[in-house]
Design a protein around this ligand. Structure first.
Ligand code: PNS
Length: 164
């Protein structure tokens, strides 16, 4: 049976750290669906469609990867619907764990067959969080080392839109 995992997140924007985690997930699972979702605690800069477009472009050379948007509803319901038994989450620092622990146990409560798999990106991405990349990029700082050129271009366009 093909082992399928979902890799959910807000991906606002999709960073090289996310790509590193995706590559690691593809070493374990045959199919990984990157799920662009909403986090009720965050206000996204990019629309779900923009995040979908950038993530598709960044991941287009990875045969086992696909990208979908979860417009509403629970992540675990989506996992059940697509037959995924694993949820991949990237953890960069110990402080990420409290939230991740809570979310994974809650998801397991809601869908006992699902297992959350935590993957650590390369240590060089420890400080690469979408929130900080967004802040620096939107203030005109150089974030080209941390995101794909297409993401850089979309950030540039967003900045121009906001300054209009
Ligand atoms: O990248 P993030 O913001 O840490 O990702 C959080 C995300 C989007 C995975 C989480 O908020 C989520 O799963 N949202 C979908 C709705 C849902 O199922 N919420 C309950 C999570 S326990």
């Amino acid at each position: 049976m093909k082992q399928k995992a979902i890799y959910p997140g807000t991906f606002d924007p999709f960073t090289n750290g996310h790509l590193d985690v995706l590559e690691r997930a593809l070493n374990i699972f045959e199919e990984v669906v990157v799920v662009i979702a909403e986090n009720s605690q965050k206000h996204a800069l990019f629309t779900a469609e923009e995040r979908e477009a950038m993530t598709r472009e960044v991941t287009c050379d990875y045969p086992g990867a696909s990208v979908e948007v979860l417009h509403n509803g629970l992540l675990v319901d989506y996992a059940r619907q697509v037959g995924a038994r694993a949820i991949v989450r990237g953890v960069r620092q110990v402080k990420d764990f409290e939230y991740e622990f809570q979310m994974s146990l809650l998801n397991r409560q809601l869908y006992p067959e699902v297992t959350t798999v935590f993957l650590m990106p390369n240590v060089k991405y420890t400080y690469v969080a979408s929130s900080i990349i967004k802040e620096v990029g939107m203030l005109g700082g150089d974030v080209s080392k941390f995101v794909h050129p297409c993401v850089l271009e979309m950030m540039h366009q967003k900045r121009e839109e906001q300054n209009r």
